[in-house]
Design a protein around this ligand. Structure first.
Ligand code: 0O2
Length: 213
């Protein structure tokens, strides 16, 4: 335990001296937020409807980054962290309908200022916890005065129902950090995740009946 804590302190100290390392990630978040706000406005103007219900950006907390470096045994160099940890910058996009999740994925694939590096589809294959979301690992272009950077980021796209489940489950689990929550609570969360899928599927059917976009 002491050894683990010492390692965590070493990682924390190293990261404290890496101030400039995190700036491109913040730039990438500005870029992505602006990109998605622009297409949101375009879609609303052209079609009266946008697949984006809302959007949030976040920088990974130092605590979460330290834990990931420790768990994945990443070397304490900026190059290794950049290559192996792709979610330092994160965007979450929430949609009303499941189809919109995949429509946004197709849009992202087509953009010339974003490179899609990987896809984790936890909607098709939910996590054992019941978690559902589409995760895209991307690089986005950041144009500086004298150079162009490609900065990694993770985009999580999910419906409002999936988002409600994930944020509530996160709050319920918070108290149990590092320990497992009771089995009956786990089972109930899985059932609630299935209930959120039911709602998403029914909403999609209604959309098919009532709306034409
Ligand atoms: P943070 O810093 O709090 O956002 P990898 O990146 O592939 O090496 P990782 O990070 O385990 O490994 O990837 P994964 O599982 O694909 O994505 C992790 C993120 O997905 C989490 O961020 C959550 O945002 C979300 N997530 C994954 N599983 C669950 C779950 O069971 N419940 C909830 N509520 N969210 C989940 P972190 O790790 O919390 O980092």
């Amino acid at each position: 335990m002491q050894n683990k804590n010492t390692k965590i302190e070493v990682i924390q100290k190293a990261l404290h001296n890496w101030g400039g390392f995190f700036i491109p990630y913040q730039m990438a978040l500005h870029e992505l937020e602006s990109d998605f706000k622009i297409i949101d406005l375009e879609w609303k103007t052209k079609h009266g409807y946008s697949p984006i219900e809302h959007l949030k950006t976040r920088m990974k907390t130092l605590k979460s980054l330290v834990e990931k470096i420790q768990n994945k045994e990443v070397s304490l160099t900026q190059e290794a962290v950049k290559n192996e940890i792709k979610d330092i910058a994160g965007v979450r996009i929430v949609t009303s309908f499941i189809d919109d999740v995949y429509m946004l994925k197709e849009h992202i694939k087509k953009r010339e200022d974003i490179r899609l590096l990987g896809v984790k589809d936890y909607i098709q294959e939910p996590k054992s916890s019941g978690y559902k979301s589409l995760h895209l690992i991307i690089e986005t272009q950041v144009i500086l005065s004298n150079e162009i950077l490609w900065v990694p980021a993770e985009i999580q796209i999910r419906t409002s129902a999936m988002d409600f489940w994930a944020s509530t489950e996160h709050k319920l689990n918070y108290k149990y950090q590092g320990e497992s929550i009771p089995e009956d609570a786990k089972k109930q969360l899985i059932e609630l995740s299935k209930a959120s899928s039911f709602m998403d599927n029914e909403m999609s059917k209604l959309r098919g009946k009532l709306l034409t976009y």
